[in-house]
Design a protein around this ligand. Structure first.
Ligand SMILES: Nc1ncnc2c1ncn2[C@@H]1O[C@H](COP(=O)(O)OP(=O)(O)OP(=O)(O)O)[C@@H](O)[C@H]1O
Length: 718
């Protein structure tokens, strides 16, 4: 049994207060980033930088979720010529944007605030080839867009909605009086110890003593985690190292909880994390509801979305006629001859909208009240649909990738929580950290914004340090390992690929499942692969030591604020002080070529690297090998591939390794492959970075197929 740790109770009000100030700094960072981009560039440059879509007209308007007006925008015939497609852009559904009349003249600078005043804010709900739909959040400003009847553009803004919801949750927590604190909340802050869980796991089934497993394939560690999660009273952590079937386990847990009559709210930080669970629950034919905007849900999940149910279920009939009436009014706005006529229609719409919202609320609460399993993103669980709803259990998947404040959005409506995650992989990305670093590097930019450089930097760094502590981390530190169960059989990696991360990070507890432990590329059954040095060896280390493969630092470019350089500016903003290594990129290319020549399909190969500048240098590989994936380590978390090449980039005489020293990042990098991991790096530089890196390099030297490339032989590859 793990030793019981002394509790270090957390003062809830100061915790919430600190979170509030950190969240404010994080939002500041995001707003500053957007302002810098929007303020400094013309509409067309912003479009090229992926921040805007220009030259649009309103093609239709209708009533959407919550009675909001949805504008459909398409290319303006006058400027787009015969093209009916949207220009290249970087917007996504769910982005917060402002729609506004597009200023004449191209290079004029503008302020974000002015844009917001003159346009109307909303959320992108759909992106098609020739249409972008935006649900407006500011009804009173609708006429700013519709009234002009002319050319408009949409510009991406900082996502303040997420922050406001987290802040509202923290304020609630901050104001809670002693009597309002449930045992559950007290446990989460260490004011009380978790209730003891029966020690013998076979006794753990709360009601009947014996669990009837629905899934016969569950392994022992998965069963143990489920028993523990069922038996715990307040909190259970399910620690799922890479490939150990976390979601698999959660599905059984949800079904077991349902069997016990519990009401469950299931959340994850992203739509995809939630949809992944919905898709795997659907075959079990249990009644469930998925909250969230339909445009952001997977098509297979749509039939369970609350929005679709409000249209198709019996309860939905009461909103149907009002919606039809509103749609007719929306259509008539576009035919109105002048502002006066439009104002009359807006007035009528306002009355209808109120009626619609009341009816929709009734319909939604009857649907939600009747469902035992509700699924939503952490953020989405804070919407009006769940106001006042209580759940027996909140299950949070990917809890180690969510900000703690975000987890509190659903936690306030529960009596118990089960969090699944892996605190040894990367935590959520914190903008204020990047921001503060960037600001520290560019005092001129800061002065231009009239900010106080030192304060902004300090505030940003403090924020990043603490916001990075996830709920999962904090609870483990607070209550010790007795509140967690670890899944130990992994179904992804060859045993040799798994060995180092298992020994270093998972107490040597990982076991490779029989089906995967000896799988090689040459054993692929989907298509033939030749057996050669590249396909019969699961772990290859191409060691570039010797100084012939030096890294390069991204150069700052003083002339970058012109319109033509917007793309560069954007990528520089994102790259920060990124590093690249061209010679290493040549080695990557060479290895990819060998794999493909052996028969491995490009779509089964991924190249990951910690540095965005290296991703940029490797990008042309995608043209040569369509289907190959090239990305940052951070972006590849949660994914897997048959063959993965990791380019470490760092090579310098000082042993500088920067954020390569973060072992959670390296853990993610080395645990993506199934059958083949190829590491390319300079062992001399890398091993000086940290003890972890020293051990990794010596592990590779002892266990990998070692190769020492010869610079002169690479000339042909370039
Ligand atoms: N008990 C099991 N028996 C056989 N295969 C399993 C078992 N549990 C999980 N798997 C397989 O392991 C793989 C990963 O499982 P799953 O998708 O549930 O994991 P995840 O939680 O999404 O990912 P990760 O474990 O990487 O966090 C899947 O292919 C799944 O079918």
């Amino acid at each position: 049994m793990p030793p019981s740790r002394p509790l270090e109770p957390v003062d809830i009000a100061s915790f919430a207060g600190l979170q509030l100030s950190l969240l404010a700094a994080e939002l500041d960072a995001e707003v500053a980033e957007t302002s810098a981009l929007v303020g400094g560039h013309s509409p067309s440059a912003l479009q090229r930088a992926g921040m805007a879509i220009t030259n649009l007209t309103v093609t239709a308007q209708r009533t959407g979720l919550g009675g909001k007006t949805v504008l459909e925008l398409g290319p303006d015939a006058a400027t787009a010529g015969s093209s009916s497609e949207l220009p290249e852009h970087g917007l996504r559904t769910g982005d917060i944007v402002v729609v506004a009349e597009q200023p004449a003249g191209s290079a004029k600078k503008r302020e974000v605030r002015e844009l917001e005043k003159k346009g109307a804010k909303g959320v992108v709900t759909r992106l098609g080839r020739g249409v972008v739909a935006v649900a407006l959040d500011e009804e009173d400003k609708e006429d700013n867009v519709v009234g002009s009847g002319g050319r408009v553009w949409i510009v991406k803004l900082a996502d303040d909605v997420t922050y406001k919801r987290m802040a509202a949750t923290m304020q609630k927590l901050q104001k809670m009086s002693e009597v309002e604190l449930s045992i559950f909340i007290r446990v989460l802050f260490g004011l009380t110890s978790p209730s003891p869980v029966p020690l013998d796991p076979t006794d753990a089934d709360v009601s009947s003593g014996k669990i009837e497993w629905l899934d016969p394939t569950l392994n022992d560690s998965q069963k143990d985690a489920i028993r523990f999660a069922l038996a715990s009273r307040e909190i259970a952590l399910i620690h799922g190292p890479p490939g150990t079937g976390k979601t698999h386990t959660l599905i059984e847990l949800i079904l077991q909880m349902m069997k016990r009559g519990l009401r469950i709210l299931v959340c994850g930080p992203s739509n995809i994390s939630v949809d992944n669970i919905v898709e795997r629950l659907v075959p079990h034919k249990i009644p469930l509801i998925r909250l969230g905007h339909p445009a952001r849900l997977l098509p297979s999940v749509l039939n369970h979305s609350l929005d679709v149910l409000t249209r198709t279920s019996e309860a939905g009939a009461i909103v149907k006629d009002v919606r039809a009436e509103m749609d007719a009014k929306q259509a008539s706005i576009r035919k109105a001859r002048n502002g006066k006529e439009r104002r009359v229609i807006y007035g009528e719409l306002k009355v209808l909208r109120k009626e619609y919202r009341e009816r929709e609320k009734r319909c939604v609460s009857s649907l939600v009240a009747g469902s035992k399993v509700v699924l939503a993103t952490l953020h989405g669980s804070g919407g009006f649909q769940l106001r006042g709803e209580q759940f027996d259990v909140v299950i949070i998947d990917e809890a180690s990738q969510a900000l703690e404040a975000q987890c509190w959005v659903p936690l306030l409506s529960a009596k118990k929580a089960v969090c699944a995650g892996d605190h040894l992989q990367l935590p959520p990305t914190i903008k204020s950290l990047n921001f503060s670093k960037r600001k520290a590097k560019s005092p001129a930019a800061l002065a231009k914004e009239g900010g106080d450089e030192t304060a902004a930097t300090k505030k940003g760094q403090a924020a990043a340090v603490t916001l990075e502590t996830t709920l999962f981390d904090r609870l483990l530190t607070l209550h010790g390992p007795s509140i967690k169960r670890m899944l130990t059989t992994q179904y992804r990696m060859h045993e040799k690929i798994m060995r180092f991360p298992s020994d270093e990070l998972y107490e040597s507890k990982l076991v490779a499942a029989e089906a995967v432990k000896a799988r090689l590329l040459r054993d692929l059954t989907a298509y033939p692969v030749a057996a050669n040095d590249e396909t019969t060896e699961p772990l290859i280390f191409i060691d570039t030591q010797g100084g012939d493969f030096p890294e390069k630092k991204e150069e700052e470019d003083a002339s970058s604020s012109t319109a033509a350089n917007a793309k560069k500016t954007k990528s520089r903003l994102m790259l920060g002080e990124s590093k690249s290594n061209e010679m290493e990129a040549v080695l990557v290319r060479q290895h990819v070529r060998k794999l493909v020549e052996a028969g491995v399909r490009p779509e089964d190969i991924a190249v990951v690297t910690p540095y965005n500048a290296q991703v940029a240098i490797l990008a042309p590989l995608k043209e040569a090998y369509p289907g190959i994936e090239i990305g940052s380590v951070d972006g590849f978390q949660g994914r897997e591939k048959e063959a993965v090449i990791v380019s470490l980039v760092r090579s310098n005489p000082d042993g500088e390794v920067g954020f390569l020293a973060e072992k959670r990042r390296l853990n993610v990098a080395m645990t993506r492959p199934k059958r083949s991991l190829t590491v390319i790096g300079d062992s001399e530089t890398v091993k000086r970075g940290s003890k972890f890196l020293t051990r990794w390099m010596s592990f590779l030297e002892d266990n990998a197929d070692l190769r020492y490339p010869d610079v002169s032989s690479l000339a042909l590859e370039t």
